[in-house]
Design a protein around this ligand. Structure first.
Ligand code: GUE
Length: 294
């Protein structure tokens, strides 16, 4: 293996230590940052992620917890709960775990959350603020985590050719918006590729920094990467693996073994972007709480 690992777990731990310090400062001023996570239904993966968020917020000294609702909860009942949380001064951040059951419209739910409590950064007001460079909104945690990771690893984005594979509202699009901004962690030349891109490899091979968030297991192989590139794998896929006790393993959108022979630096899955997402959620929650006092 040629590439050096970018250790998301370690970088996330250092972000979380910063957050814990900020939480302690707020507590001295009588404010306990509170994050409420809402989980509808009993999806296994969601339950795991929500458990990790709860644990991380508790370890950072925050209040709050998870409200678990049955899968047949009506959309109206969920909206009523959000109305109640919107008006609860002890709740600084609200996160409704996705995906939601099919009978609930995620856009309606997201729009119902007060933008100043939308620590996921999914509300159209926050997405709009990101696009026009206003820094008083919330940025989606995964792309914010990737920027933080690049900054803390000393990866220069200014003038870099960055290719983002994936155009989702929660990762690809905000990722590109952050990277083009005129500031630290931005100033890049950005290309967005997606499932309809012609000759994907011709784009990815030009990337100094390649960020993959397409949701297709191991779709980026070493031959698609420019020698010396920095590779950030946002993918989180569970694939069958008979050699594992669970019968499956977690992998990214990048074929790690071949990519690591070509890249200069690469993020692993797990232990890469995932832990950063949770760290940025905590940071957003602290910011939400800070804004209520200053
Ligand atoms: N409203 C909402 N906000 C979200 O931020 C949100 C969501 N819904 N729905 C699901 C996705 C997924 N997501 C992850 C966060 C951390 C890890 C993570 O920390 N993963 C670890 C290990 C995971 C494992 O071992 O299973 C890692 O990559 O090292 C993964 C996935 C947040 N999401």
């Amino acid at each position: 293996m040629r590439a050096e690992l970018i250790d998301g777990k370690a970088i996330a731990a250092s972000v979380r230590a910063d957050v814990a310090r900020d939480v302690a400062g707020l507590r001295e001023r009588g404010v306990v940052p509170g994050l409420t996570v809402v989980l509808v239904g009993d999806d296994m993966a969601s339950a795991t992620y929500v458990g990790a968020k709860e644990k991380a917020s508790r370890e950072a000294g925050m209040a709050g917890g998870t409200i678990r609702l049955p899968a047949d909860t009506t959309q109206d009942a969920l909206l009523s709960l959000i109305t109640q949380l919107n008006g609860d001064a002890a709740v600084h951040g609200i996160l409704v775990q996705m995906p939601l059951p099919k009978h609930i419209d995620p856009d309606t739910v997201i729009r119902h959350i007060r933008p100043d409590k939308d620590v996921d950064g999914f509300h159209p007001e926050n997405v709009g603020k990101l696009l026009i460079g206003h820094t008083d909104g919330f940025v989606s945690c995964t792309p914010a985590g990737v920027i933080e990771m690049l900054l803390r690893s000393g990866v220069e984005t200014r003038g870099a050719e960055v290719v983002v594979v994936g155009r989702s509202n929660i990762v690809g699009k905000p990722m590109a918006a952050l990277l083009v901004q005129a500031r630290a962690g931005g100033d890049a030349t950005v290309t967005i590729c997606h499932s309809r891109t012609k000759d994907l490899a011709s784009h990815t091979r030009r990337a100094d920094i390649l960020i993959v968030a397409a949701g297709r297991a191991e779709m980026i192989t070493g031959d698609m990467i420019k020698p010396g590139a920095v590779v950030i794998d946002v993918g989180m896929n569970s694939v069958p693996d008979a050699t594992r006790a669970k019968g499956s393993r977690l992998c990214g959108d990048v074929h790690f073994a071949s990519a690591a022979e070509v890249a200069s630096r690469i993020t692993p899955v797990p232990g890469g972007v995932g832990p950063m997402t949770i760290a940025m959620l905590l940071r957003n929650t602290v910011r939400a709480a800070e804004r209520t006092v200053s």
